[in-house]
Ligand binder design. Structure first.
Ligand code: SAM
Length: 463
């Protein structure tokens, strides 16, 4: 049958694709439909038609899957975040584990991969330590502070509550909205240069309950802005919270955007201390403190990052090691946890700020047997003489390249622990590693982002 866009088909959803769409079959053709889950019978309208698959928009849930639950958030479906909220958390975990198995079999051609039960997040809501709320206008051109609507460049969803960070975080957003409206502060409009409010960044340490607030504006400010900001500081410190949280740091960041020149951000600390302190405690009792500056990278789900790193250490310390490499080390967290157990760690990271933070973290925790190098992993490795017996890798979503894998192989380590946020590239790289004799021994998925399609894995290779 000739298919056309807009045509409505009825079929059952049988699986969940990586990316969060439900997968159904219509007369042998694979159809992807967002906002559906296995067990749903749907009517869906075709939006994209390719040779071997189609995409369609959900028109009607003819028969919803029995397992469906009511999403906790009133903005579900509009906001675009937490896409899987209509599935019970246990079901999400089951489907994510299956996606890891499928990726290894389909992409890596590694059959019956040793995938362990996924480690779910104890808190499936209020798990994020960092949120970025944008100022703008809603679709009725009313003042809004919240999230960008999916697929819309300018429209902002005015969020009165969000279940990702904490109740206190929502109270701060609501306070900020009221205060701005009272002072007649306006969101920055990209096209007309009107207004100046850009974003509200909130960070919240989960182990120490410290809160950092950062108001981001453009350059064109009202005359009394700094005086009003002092009033804001005074009042926001009085926002009630029943969660024992404490605002320890308030910043104002001005974005300087002069045509042609690179964008600059000028930060001014208005209240409290410059960095937020977070603690991480691993299953074996190892604990480290981290100072987090406003723009620094830090794992977003602190408590699950502890689970992820505990697992990384578990695999990495199955045998004893003298020299360990931490490739793509970011702010050094993984390497710093290894340092206590081995003679020497060497971290490599492209981002200079992250390396600075990594060195600070080492100093703060009195760890002296770790060195960090700034640069591209592939290039830096060319000048490294040390020989590790274990290599830990935590690359971005794109994973490794064949060239990098060849270089890694040249170092002669017999063990690799690969931390990955993308099962597809992990599976591809596992197949490449296999060509050099590295066999997958164990795969531990960890759910860092409940209600989203993201999956993190720790994979242990040996030869
Ligand atoms: C997934 S993060 C890992 C962060 C760190 N392991 C952690 O847990 O905090 C990936 C890191 O790789 C860095 N990166 C990306 N491409 C790189 C490259 N070619 N060479 C070195 N580092 C790179 C990024 O800046 C980022 O910090």
């Amino acid at each position: 049958m000739q298919l056309r866009k807009g045509q409505i088909l009825e079929f059952d959803i049988m699986a969940l694709a990586f990316g969060g769409a439900g997968i159904g079959k219509h007369e042998g053709l694979t159809v992807f439909v967002e906002k559906t889950m296995p067990g749903d019978r749907v009517r869906a309208s075709l939006t994209k038609i390719k040779n071997n698959f189609c995409e369609a928009d959900l028109v009607e849930l003819v028969k919803p899957a029995e397992e469906r639950v009511k999403p906790q958030c009133p903005y579900f479906g509009t906001c675009g975040g937490c896409q899987l909220q209509f599935m019970p958390y246990e079901k999400q975990l089951e489907l994510k584990k299956q996606q890891v198995i499928d990726a290894f079999e389909r992409i890596g051609k590694i059959y019956n991969p040793p995938v362990a039960e996924i480690l779910g997040s104890e808190a499936s809501y209020y798990y994020r330590n960092k949120m970025e709320f944008s100022f703008g206008y809603d679709k009725n051109m009313e003042f809004a502070l919240g999230m960008h609507l999916p697929g819309r460049r300018f429209d902002i969803l005015d969020l009165k509550e969000c279940h990702l960070q904490s109740e206190f975080s929502s109270s701060l957003v609501n306070f900020m909205r009221e205060f701005s409206l009272k002072k007649n502060w306006k969101p920055a409009k990209v096209m007309t240069n009107e207004g100046f409010l850009k974003a509200l960044y909130l960070r919240e340490s989960k182990r120490t309950n410290e809160v950092m607030l950062n108001l981001v504006t453009s350059e064109e400010l009202p005359l009394n802005f700094e005086k009003d900001f002092e009033e804001l500081v005074e009042k926001i410190l009085e926002v009630p919270n029943g969660e024992d949280k404490k605002i320890v740091s308030i910043y104002w960041s001005k974005v300087i955007n002069r045509g042609g020149a690179p964008k600059q951000i000028k930060e001014k600390l208005f209240y409290g201390k410059p960095a937020l302190t977070e603690k991480m405690i691993l299953e074996n009792g190892d604990a480290l403190d981290f100072d987090i500056l406003p723009q620094a990278f830090f794992q977003v789900n602190t408590l699950q990052a502890e689970v992820l790193y505990s697992q990384t250490l578990k695999f990495g310390l199955l045998n004893s090691h003298k020299m360990v490499f931490d490739l793509f080390c970011g702010t050094g967290t993984i390497g710093l946890f290894f340092a206590k157990h081995v003679e020497q760690v060497l971290g490599i990271e492209l981002n200079e700020q992250a390396v600075q933070a990594a060195r600070e973290n080492a100093r703060k925790n009195k760890i002296f047997n770790i060195d960090f190098f700034t640069g591209d992993v592939g290039k830096v490795l060319d000048n490294v003489r040390e020989r590790p017996s274990l290599i830990v890798i935590d690359p971005p979503r794109a994973g490794l390249t064949e060239k990098m894998i060849k270089k890694i192989n040249d170092f002669g380590a017999n063990e690799i622990v690969y931390v990955s946020c993308n099962p597809a590239t992990l599976a591809r790289d596992a197949a490449w590693l296999k060509e050099y004799g590295y066999e997958v021994q164990a795969i531990q998925p960890v759910d860092m982002f409940p209600h989203t399609f993201h999956i993190e894995c720790v994979c242990y290779f040996k030869r």
